[in-house]
Write a protein that binds this ligand. Sequence first.
Ligand code: HEM
Length: 424
Amino acid sequence: MTSTDAATPTIGPADALVFELLATPEGRADPYPRYARLQEHWPVHRLVFEAPGSSPGGTWVLSRFDHCQAVLRHPRLGKDFVAMQRRWGLAEGELAAQQAFSAARPSMLFSDPPDHTRLRGLVAKAFTPRTVEALRPQVLRLTDEVLDTIGDGETDVMATLAFPLPVKVIGEMLGVPPADRPQFQGLVRASAASLEPFVSPEVLATSNAATLEMEEYFRHLAVERRREPGPDLFSQLIAAEDDGDQLSELELLSSAILLFAAGFETTTNLIGNGLLALLRHPDQLERLRRDPSLMPSAVEELLRYDSPVQVNGRIALDDVEVDGHPFPAGSTVLTLLGAANRDPRRFPDPHRLDVGRRDGASMSFGSGIHFCLGAALARLEGQVVFGRLLERYSRIELLDDSPRYRDSITLRGLAELPVRLHAA
Ligand code: HEM
C-alpha cells in the first residue's frame, strides 16, 4: 500500500487508533496498549481511509488470535496481491507506481498455489526440524565465534551479536561468501520497508532500488556457482533452474533474496527483543539460568511476548466469510500478529512474561500454508544464543532501560541494545 490521507472527515476512533498504531512513531514504538483497545472494541475493523488504488473490498484490521488464525488458514485469502490488482483492472502504469518489487517478484511469500507449492517444495527439505537439528553443532560454533569477538564489557548487542550471527548462519546455508554479507544489512532493511502497511512513494522507490541491487548480486553469484557448484542451497536452486521448467531466473533470484533476508532480519529481532524482555524480567532470567531445560519454552515465550513480525496481510481471492464477518473479493486483510499473541482469550495473563508457559504456539511464525519455513532454524538459533549467553556471562547489565525501537511495525526490532557483559 502507498501513503494514505489521514484527514478523512469521517474518521472514527477505531480508524484514529489504527492510524496511530501503524503509521506514527509513537504508536509503532508502543503498540501493546493500543492492540488491547482494538481487540476489545473493534476486533474486526474496516478502515475508512483507503490507500489510493487499493483493493475494492477495503482494508480490514484484525487483532484477535482466533480471527487471525482463521484468516491465515483460509484457502481463499491469498498472497498474490499483484495478480488480484491486475484482475480488478488497475492500469499497469499505476500498478508499477505503487508496487513494491519485493511483493511483485515471484517468491513463495507472495504467491498462491500451485506456484507457492512448487517454490516452497524446492527448498522445504533444507528446513525440516530434523535437518535443522543436525545444524546445532554448527550454530553453536558460529555463536561462540561471535561471542569470542565480543568478549566482555560494554557492547551494543544489536550490532555485535543480533545482526552478525543470523547472517552468518543463513549466509553459510545459502553459500553467500562472508565478505559479501555486511552490505545486505542496509539493502534488506530498505527492501523490507515496503512491508510496512503504509509506505510513502520515496520509501517505495528506495525499497525497489534495493531489491534490484540484491537481484543483481545473486545474478552474478549464480554465474559463479554455475561454474563451480557448492554444497549450498543456492547451488541446489540453480540446479533446479537448469533442470528446465522447475524454476525461472526471476524465481531463482527472488527465492535467494527471500531466504537470505527472512533468515536474518527476523532472527536479529528475536535475539534483541528477547534479550531485552529477559533483562527487564530478572526473575525469569534467573529461573532460566537455574533450569536450562526451560530453554525451548522460553524461546517460544520470547517470540510470543514481543514478536519480531507484528503484521501480516492477505487478499480475498473471492467473497469469503470468517467467523460471520464477510470480506468481499479484493479485501486486504491485515492480521496483527503481535496483538493476537497478547489476546487474553488465548493466553491467560498475556502481558506477563513466563519462560515456563505451556499455552501452545503463538502466532509469531504465522499459520497455514505460509507458516514460516525457517521456524525450526529460528528456534534453534534462539535456544543456542540465549543458552550460550547465560553460560558464558554470569551477569548481563542493561545500560539503557528504554532502548529505542526502529520505526517500523511489520518487523519490530531495536535500533541498539547497549549492555555490559560480565564473564562467568
Ligand atoms: C524469529 C525469526 C522469524 C520469525 C518471527 C519469522 C516469521 C515469519 C512469518 C510470520 C511468516 C509468515 C508470512 C505470511 O504468512 O505471510 C514467515 C514466512 C517465511 N519465513 Fe520466517 N520468520 C523467522 C525466521 C526465518 C528464518 C530463519 C528463515 C530462513 C530462511 C525464514 C524464512 C521464511 C520464509 C521463506 C517464509 C515464507 C514461507 C511461505 O510463504 O510459504 N524465516 N516467517
